[in-house]
Design a binder for this molecule. Structure first.
Ligand SMILES: Cc1cc2nc3c(=O)[nH]c(=O)nc-3n(C[C@H](O)[C@H](O)[C@H](O)COP(=O)(O)OP(=O)(O)OC[C@H]3O[C@@H](n4cnc5c(N)ncnc54)[C@H](O)[C@@H]3O)c2cc1C
Length: 214
């Protein structure tokens, strides 16, 4: 999805897919695309036309084989420690069969947001896991470490902030479970998914901070 001039603003996507008989021709540049060295295909968000009223691009999604002629990729060096690598992907007149169009032409924005909600829920779950890990490290240390004959966790100055971090983390967990339940039951999960990602990120950072301070 992401392009140099279309990050959080997906309306700005400039990679085009132009219908040519039974194929579409893709042209443009995507960057920060994860895992291109391992995947066989990528889901590409393109602009197939423009909404005259709003000026926004009407988006369409394609499943594109990464070994298609006209695709080139360049590794982006990033500081983040992650199992997958990020790439700039260049599309130079890449031919994609019509049947690789996902759903309806021009309905891509709705499909993108349908996909972003489960991703947000997953990010929230990951953040809660990170927070839980940090808290377990902190509480183990606070229980084992004794100074003046008392485990340091007995002191309220350490115990209360850890307890608060745990409360916030559990509430964030409930929020992503609510979002996941809505998503699983075909209820619009947009609001809960966004709230849970925010709450879980905040809670996880607080857990990490408190663990470091412990
Ligand atoms: C490790 C990594 C892996 C990635 N993998 C992928 C991938 O596989 N596929 C893919 O498509 N993309 C991927 N991305 C790209 C990622 O999704 C984009 O970075 C993201 O969409 C934000 O776009 P941007 O970086 O251009 O930020 P920008 O859009 O330039 O935004 C910069 C900052 O401004 C803020 N901002 C922007 N507009 C507003 C506004 N209207 N109001 C308030 N604040 C605003 C943003 O919140 C952000 O903090 C990856 C990025 C990273 C770092």
């Amino acid at each position: 999805m992401t392009e140099p001039d279309a990050g959080s603003n997906s309306h700005n996507i400039s990679t085009t897919a132009t219908r040519d008989g039974d194929i579409y021709r893709l042209n443009g540049t995507k960057y920060y695309i994860s895992g291109c060295d391992e995947a066989e295909a990528v889901l590409v968000v393109t602009r197939t036309s423009r909404d005259e009223a709003t000026g926004y691009g009407k988006l369409s999604l394609f499943v594109v084989d990464l070994d298609s002629p006209g695709i080139d990729k360049t590794l982006i060096p990033v500081e983040i420690t992650a199992p997958e690598k990020q790439f700039t992907l260049f599309f130079d007149n890449v031919e994609v069969p019509r049947e690789r169009l996902l759903g309806e032409e021009g309905e891509g924005l709705r499909q993108v947001f349908m996909g972003l909600n489960p991703e947000r829920i997953m990010s929230a779950a990951m953040a809660v896991g990170i927070g839980r890990y940090a808290l377990s490290k902190a509480t183990s240390y606070a229980t084992e470490r004794s100074v003046w004959g008392t485990p340091i966790g007995r002191h309220q100055g350490l115990a209360h902030p850890l307890a608060k971090a745990k409360v916030d983390l559990e509430m964030a967990k409930l929020m992503y479970q609510k979002a996941a339940w809505e998503y699983d039951n075909d209820i619009d999960a947009g609001e809960a998914a966004n709230m849970s990602k925010y709450a879980a990120a905040e809670a996880a950072l607080a857990c990490l901070d408190q663990a470091i301070q412990t």
